[in-house]
Design a protein around this ligand. Structure first.
Ligand SMILES: [Zn+2]
Length: 237
């Protein structure tokens, strides 16, 4: 089984880090697709330098999770709305042939995330249409889509993945994104979190999802199938 995570920025994969690591640990393939290299994710580092730094951070995080990595090279904070990204993702789906896609819910608040999530979901369906021609043949069946269950999304999660035993690797991958976990020196009441605070909040969130689902730690998702279909992300090979 091939699990493909489609995110907007290096570090977005943290929301599914435990799930990705578990999937790979069970003997399956995982690929992280990142639409940008995060070149606007700092208050002072120039974009080209920041992109180099964050590319390295993302490469190390993907290696820790055991996932392949693919960048699409859109501009951070400027991912276009519309069909261009969807059409590119149609081709990505056809090349990678995923069984499962994890991406952002189309109602998430941030435009980069929202546009990536909507384009990825639409691409999953269009990739199966043989008369829609790209450089690669149609991919069937349509991959199962799971949206990240976030607090700001007005849809409750219906799918929980038990990541007990995978918290350390999730946190270790998160820590690679060091450029993001520093105080932004913009003003005195800046609220950007330090690494320790981010780690604490990620652990807290995973524990909270664990309590909701009866395990120690979990990650939560929203399936396009709702509760009508059981999740089988990790079948025995
Ligand atoms: Zn992001």
């Amino acid at each position: 089984m091939h699990l493909v995570f489609v995110g907007a920025h290096p570090d977005d994969e943290t929301s599914a880090g435990g799930t990705i690591a578990k999937h790979v640990d069970r003997g399956h393939e995982a690929t992280i697709v990142v639409a940008t290299r995060g070149g606007r994710g700092h208050w002072s580092t120039p974009s080209d330098e920041l992109e180099r730094v964050r590319t390295g951070e993302m490469e190390r995080a993907a290696e820790i999770l055991g996932a392949n990595l693919m960048f699409l090279d859109y501009v951070d904070a400027d991912i276009p709305a519309g069909d261009a990204l969807r059409d590119e993702l149609v081709d990505v789906v056809r090349r990678l042939k995923p069984d499962v896609i994890i991406t952002f819910h189309p109602l998430v608040w941030r435009d980069d995330h929202r546009r990536v999530g909507l384009a990825a979901a639409d691409a999953c369906f269009k990739a199966c249409l043989p008369l829609l021609e790209t450089g690669h043949p149609a991919h069937r069946p349509v991959p199962d889509i799971y949206f990240i269950g976030e607090p700001m999304v007005p849809v409750e999660p219906d799918t929980y993945i038990d990541i007990t035993g995978y918290m350390d690797v999730k946190i270790e991958a998160l820590k690679q994104h060091a450029s993001q976990w520093v105080r932004w020196e913009i003003d005195e009441d800046d609220s950007t979190a330090t690494l320790d605070e981010v780690v604490e909040s990620v652990r807290y969130r995973a524990r909270q999802r664990g309590l909701e689902s009866g395990v120690a730690y979990a990650e939560a998702f929203i399936s396009q199938h709702g509760r009508k279909r059981a999740l089988d992300l990790f079948p025995r090979r």
